[in-house]
Write a protein that binds this ligand. Structure first.
Ligand code: SF4
Length: 208
């Protein structure tokens, strides 16, 4: 095992695809300024994934969490951990350092791996190819189902039955199919008002 491997296992370094200050575009915190940390690596394999370049963790630079935290907190105290699938990694040291700096930590996850680290807001976006772990259903704050086709409404209802009762429920059109699916989501939410619409507003605003 190399030094890099040991640091990755201990969560002292992580493969970072990109990190940037922007506006959260989706879900409950839409419109909120936040620092995004996109961690490489995902084995869930969604065919419509818009960040396929994240899948192979080996092509992303291994960065020390101390350096990431220092940069992140110079921009914002609201941090969004995303990927890829960020829960593939040991997030304990990263989230501990962010908490010590007074940050609110959000995560965007498929739930395919159990929660680790200190997370303040869990956005669960379940995927059919790798269903969420029970602990993620139990602790998620929002359920965000991506609607690519008609069957996804059925999937959304199945997932809503599994998630804890306090979670907010969102349906979000998959970007490449948004013209077809957005009107169907509007209709669905009006008939089923426990659901809300989430749009990828950052893409409409042309920001990362
Ligand atoms: S879980 Fe996310 S990053 Fe992974 S393949 Fe699906 S959409 Fe892409």
């Amino acid at each position: 095992m190399t030094g890099n491997d040991i640091n990755l296992e201990m969560g002292l370094s992580l493969p970072i695809m990109e990190h940037f200050y922007t506006i959260q575009g989706e879900g409950r915190y839409t419109g909120t300024a936040a620092y995004f940390i996109r961690i490489g690596g995902c084995d869930v394999g969604c065919h419509w994934c818009d960040v396929k370049e994240s899948w192979n963790a080996n092509i992303h630079p291994i960065k020390k969490i101390d350096d990431i935290v220092k940069t992140a907190i110079s921009f914002s105290k609201t941090i969004v951990l995303t990927g890829g699938e960020p829960l593939m990694w040991n997030l304990v040291p990263l989230t501990q350092k962010l908490k010590e700096s007074g940050c609110n930590i959000h995560i965007e996850t498929s739930g395919a791996y159990s929660i680790n680290g200190q997370i303040d807001w869990i956005c669960l976006s379940p995927k059919k190819t790798s269903l969420p772990k029970e602990d993620v259903y139990a602790s998620a704050h929002e359920l965000k189902v991506i609607v690519y086709n008609q069957h996804d409404f059925k999937f959304a209802e199945e997932q809503a039955l599994k998630i804890n009762k306090n979670a907010l429920l969102y349906l979000q059109p998959e970007w490449s199919n948004r013209e077809k699916m957005t009107p169907k989501i509007i209709d669905y939410v009006m008939k089923n008002p426990q659901w809300h619409i989430s749009l990828q507003t950052h893409k409409y605003l042309n920001i990362p």
